[in-house]
Design a protein around this ligand. Sequence first.
Ligand code: FAD
Length: 558
Amino acid sequence: MKLSSHHFRSLSSSGLPMAKMDPGSNSLMWFRKGLRIHDNPALEYAAKDSKHVYPVFVIDPRYMEPDPTAFSPGSARAGLNRIRFLLESLTDLDKSLKNLGSRLLVLKGEPSEIVIHCLKEWNINKLCFEFDTEPYYQALDDKIKSYASLVGIEIFSPVSHTLFNPAEIIQKNGGTPPLSYQSFIKVAGQPSWSSSCLSTSLSCLPPPGNLGSCTISEVPSLNDLGYEESEEDERTPIRGGESEALRRLSESIADKDWVANFEKPKGDPSAFLKPATTVLSPYLKFGCLSPRYFYQCIQEVQKNVKRHTSPPVSLLGQLLWRDFFYTVAFGTPNFDKMRGNRICKQIPWDSNDELLAAWRDARTGFPWIDAIMVQLRKWGWMHHLARHCVACFLTRGDLYVHWEKGRDVFERLLVDSDWAINNGNWLWLSCSSFFYQYNRIYSPISFGKKYDPNGNYIRHFLPVLKDMPKEYIYEPWCAPLSIQTKAKCIIGKDYPKPVVSHDSASKECRRRLAEAYELNKKQNGTVSEEDLKKLRRKLEEDKIQESKSKRLKQKSIG
Ligand code: FAD
């Protein structure tokens, strides 16, 4: 299947004309995300009428350099699981390129310097790379584009990481992004390509030409990058690469009934031997899987069944959630911050590093929460509702810690860590944006029990609790000492006591959220740092007053 040139043109976000190239020309295909051969319009265009195509990946120290001071193995920005996933994806891509008569050229350094050096050294006529909405790539791309246009290099930067072009949706919506899923769906409509053929394979690629003075390497190993492979007891079962993505995709869509009846948020967050959802997010994050190809495969299944679920709960609806967050993130300055973010409620969160570390290191004393955080650390992936539970617990549910702190931990440890989706969901779960029912709090005790009364998920990820009777597995601090002894798990010694009492902490969180919402309403979106300080002081004074009157009451009863 081939993309028609018309199709190509409609996907271009560069707005540049598709000039007929001299067959002697050289193209540079710059892979960043989009680590795939199928449905890769930038790669196809690079190959078109070119004598040489240089497929490049730049190891960016910002993401890849080991950081020995980080709270777990990895770089400052990425845990080891995600770095390993990326290297596996690059190895797979290199193998596919070799099958097409080419190879992946790996370079290391600040990406704009490296790419500009390559453009000069290889006498490049056209530079092709997938359009990226993240602020980091936007800034990088601006630098490269201004150099390229100065020297007359053609740039082709198509939108192929999302279903829709976020810029077009924003424009259609009058200049700002739609802020609800329903309005997004209405504006977006049916994707223009939904019934066109996407290119799913290439037969060959022009080879790279002379490499000149550029320092090229094979895909490095973790060791080459300065990491030590630790003897972990459990490794993530999620392997990187396009081949694995397509294998998993066909496995998921082979079960037509499952696809047709997919309904989120139904589904068991504690299922880990066979997760309740596709686990395709890491592949979408790195572009090992094309979201448009995924969309068409789902569409194909839906065409051939009598009845199927619909957005927002259907599988197709999940892909639309992804595009929704991409669009809002692209059109919202400071989307990843509370301050200066016009869609984010201003809330005087606590900055309690001890509670944050207890949450991050799976030491809250709530087995359901801690098991999820262990799964995050070991697998880099958890079910959507499990993410809900721990994000709610850290912020508006129990600990009242700033969502940006939790976001940072997810951003580093998730294999599917995605700037737009992660920030969007943290805004959602902390009731800072999109969702405002702060009275609805997930119980860290009863929520998981509904799905997994025996606590198998907890027993797997927290083996210290494996012999705790099921009556106490969600609240082991309630077990009599004789039972704790028999289970070889003394609470407070082998496993922590709960860091807060859920009943009183959640009540306090609701009270604080109510006050913060009131302040936001009163100030009509212009809450200053000073306003937040004042509110923080007031809440502290109220608390002191409350405990004073409690003590007085107790005294008078006594
Ligand atoms: P499926 O249910 O099989 O869905 C298919 C695809 O749809 C997913 O792979 C994903 O690309 C997309 N999708 C599903 N749910 C959502 C959603 N709520 N928002 C946007 N896209 C969605 N997802 C990430 O990909 N990266 C993140 O960094 C990330 N951070 C999150 C942080 C929090 C606090 C929460 C609550 C959710 C986060 N999610 C994130 C969204 C969601 O949990 C995952 O996309 C999903 O669990 C991935 O599993 P799956 O591929 O099996 O999903």
